[in-house]
Design a protein around this ligand. Structure first.
Ligand code: ADE
Length: 232
């Protein structure tokens, strides 16, 4: 039986999805509210994880253990590391790496979690395909691309740090949860995809109007997820 875990970072987006779903119960755990119910008759659990890799890891493990989700979708915003990705565009993950791990002294690749045997957490190809198709269908005016998500417990707002992430990891966007969700999903054998709306350029460029951006991004993201759950 299919049950889709949706970890949303944006309050507005989660709110829009909650309004569309039939809520059966709300479970509170680790300071997070898990909304359990159906969206277009598909079983879903919608939750806001909070910021950072630890929150994201706790959240995915609860989705696995308590709710036995069969798929995980992680949505939110990210800084662009790719000149072709502008503010408002959407990036769908091919894979994800934790950019703040460095155990090279013991022979691991930079970004590789020791003893795991691989560095990149690869997104489920079918979920990637469906996410891209869904985005094109419901948000025809939005530029959508696939690429690599980098995650770390830092907000990146410096040109040199940004350049270093690009050279070291060849990432397309940077945020603070996706690779931790991906790590947890891989350990629990749950297929996943990360969907990120680009909110900034991860450098010192002028601040955008976040409330305006969030409104549009949340709308695009909620529409995409809604379409996606019916196609999985
Ligand atoms: N989320 C959105 N923009 C980000 C950035 N520049 N760095 C880390 N997380 C982000």
């Amino acid at each position: 039986m299919k049950r889709i875990g949706i970890i949303g970072a944006m309050e507005l987006e989660v709110k829009q999805l909650k309004e569309k779903m039939r809520i059966e119960r709300i479970v509170e755990k680790a300071g997070m509210e898990f909304f359990v119910g159906t969206l277009h008759d598909i079983d879903v659990v919608i939750v806001r994880s909070g910021i950072g890799k630890v929150n994201a890891a706790l959240c995915i493990q609860i989705l696995a253990d308590v709710f036995q989700v069969t798929h995980v979708i992680n949505t939110g915003v990210a800084g662009s590391l790719n000149a072709d990705l502008d503010i408002g565009d959407i990036l769908i993950s091919t894979d994800a790496i934790q950019h703040d791990i460095d155990v090279r002294v013991f022979g691991y690749q930079i970004g590789e979690v020791p003893q795991l045997g691989y560095r990149e957490f690869v997104a489920n190809k079918e979920m990637v395909r469906i996410a891209v198709e869904s985005c094109k269908e419901v948000n025809p005016d939005v530029n959508v691309r696939t690429g690599r998500v980098l995650s770390g417990d830092q907000f990146i707002s410096n040109k040199d740090v940004k350049e270093n992430l690009i050279t070291t990891y060849h990432g397309d966007c940077v945020e603070m949860e996706g690779a931790a969700v991906a790590h947890g999903a891989c350990l629990n054998h749950i297929p996943f995809v990360i969907i990120r709306a680009i909110s900034d350029k991860a450098d010192d460029s002028a601040e955008m109007d976040y409330p305006t951006f969030e409104k549009a991004a949340a709308k695009h993201s909620a529409a995409l997820v809604e379409h996606m759950v019916t196609s999985l």
